[in-house]
Design a protein around this ligand. Structure first.
Ligand code: DX5
Ligand code: ZN
Length: 215
């Protein structure tokens, strides 16, 4: 079953309450929350107080994507704010194994994200420890970018790595997902579709979420 995670980055920030209600009423599985620090990525989005307020309005699992340096400094705070999954970037973690154990000790699902230039093979020694791998299919920092086609090969390669090791790790794809390319992304082996502009920029976001779910 495909997991759909609308990315709040593309929502109307003046109406976060009603955007949450729309997601609650939809078949979305998770709410994807992009936290940016202006250092790891060249943009700043929103942080802990916003996540904590959203928690009161949302009944979906919070899939928190940390695009920040030194994520270990904030893992506990994100747990308190309501994160269910915490995803850290491979490129931002000098001690990734320790960071993943920290997230699991806080009783959250642990995810690792890789930028478009990072090969999936570099995850060989962490794969057994994570619940999900997020493959960035655009360069992180901004919504509304074009899907990088090389991602299809990365999905296939990661799928094989997971299968060969008999693991149960979800493959999550983030960036540039549309109603047109969703089926091909799933066919390559993805389990989770993150979508920002495709959902929030559509005339009927709830229907678009259903269509992604049934791609
Ligand atoms: C980008 C974020 C994405 C972003 C995707 O850095 O990680 O989650 O919101 O947006 P779309 O779906 O519009 O490409
Ligand atoms: Zn994201």
């Amino acid at each position: 079953m495909t997991i759909v995670a609308p990315s709040l980055l593309a929502a109307n920030f003046l109406n976060l309450g009603s955007e949450c209600k729309m997601i609650n009423d939809s078949v979305a599985d998770w709410l994807h929350l992009d936290v940016m620090d202006g250092r790891f990525v060249p943009n700043i989005s929103f942080g802990l107080p916003v996540v904590a307020q959203l928690r009161k309005a949302s009944n979906k699992a919070f899939d928190v994507h940390l695009m920040i340096e030194e994520p270990e400094r904030y893992a506990e705070d994100f747990k308190k704010a309501g994160a269910d999954h915490l995803i850290v970037h491979f490129e931002a973690c000098r001690h990734l194994h320790r960071n993943i154990q920290q997230i699991k000790a806080l009783e959250m699902k642990a995810g690792v994200a890789i930028n478009p230039h990072t090969p999936v093979e570099l995850l060989e020694d962490i794969l057994a420890d994570v619940d999900q791998v997020l493959i960035m299919s655009v360069n992180p920092g901004f919504g509304g970018q074009h899907f990088i086609d090389h991602t299809y090969q990365k999905i296939r390669d990661l799928k094989k790595m997971i299968h060969d090791r008999g693991l149960n790790v979800l493959i999550e794809i983030d960036g540039g997902i549309t109603l047109e390319n969703a089926a091909a992304i799933l066919h390559a082996g993805a389990n989770v579709l993150v979508a920002g502009n495709t959902v929030f920029g559509s005339p009927n976001p709830k229907d678009t979420i259903s269509r992604l779910k049934n791609s």
